[in-house]
Design a binder for this molecule. Sequence first.
Ligand code: AMP
Ligand code: ZN
Ligand code: FE
Ligand code: FE
Length: 283
Amino acid sequence: MKFADLHLHTQFSDGTFTPEELVLRAQNVGLACIALTDHDTVEGCARAAAACANVKMEFISGAELTAEHEDTEVHILGYFLDPQNRVLLNRIAKFQADRQNRINEMCAALNKLGIPLKAEAVFALANCKSPGRPHVARALVKEKLIDNLDDAFEKYLKKGRSAWVPKTKMSALEGVELIHQAGGLAVMAHPGLNRTDDIIPDLVDAGLDGIECFHTKHSTVMAERYLEIAEKYNLLVTGGSDCHGFSKKAPLIGTMKLPYEHVERLYAAKKAADAKRQAVAAK
Ligand code: AMP
Ligand code: ZN
Ligand code: FE
Ligand code: FE
């Protein structure tokens, strides 16, 4: 049996592995195919693709876009994205800039509380265009301003806590469109985590291609529920570990292995979408 992990993060967002380390780990746990889905960036895709090619592992370039629909946060996974797509790169550059501003704002809020964390320390640690709260948490631990990552979230960074700053999000409908115009397939990430079931029909109307039924934080009951929803709306089924390396305790890669038949359906859908686009362009 062949398996895949279609939800992985690297140092290009808030994971701790380099693309090369991630691929080595994927190889060690016996995966045949991986997709890189860093938050709001495709920066790591070229290196991950090269590392996969070296070990003859299949690679799907992707990203996890932060979006919202009717005040509900929803993460949209894009698969088979062209990492050079100009429209995509221009659009996500704005969200990356907002993420960087947000680090300044979170540090200012911490400073007000008497915690002397400098934004520069967070940027130095993050060293990427898409910094987020896990980088602030790690910087707090590194600077010995807090004991551990959980405490950082519990005390300061969780939604509603004193140094929490909301993130700018694109609309989910725009996210789906942005992914499609970059040659990708749009998949709703971990629906069980955000309690986003109500918005599924709207996203389907907008052209959603798939739903992430299998995720390390989905119970078996949840996975079954989303498999039923996938069937009802004729959506592709995906799954992944959402591994962030050591950002959250032990690395999750290898703990969620997606049967390869789902990847085959993804490839078929990508082929069909490309053919449809070509037919439209030829008209
Ligand atoms: P951001 O994109 O900056 O809002 O950060 C989101 C990241 O923080 C995701 O990878 C989450 O899994 C992680 N995160 C959110 N809440 C917590 C928490 N309570 N403890 C640890 N990590 C968290
Ligand atoms: Zn993350
Ligand atoms: Fe997510
Ligand atoms: Fe993720």
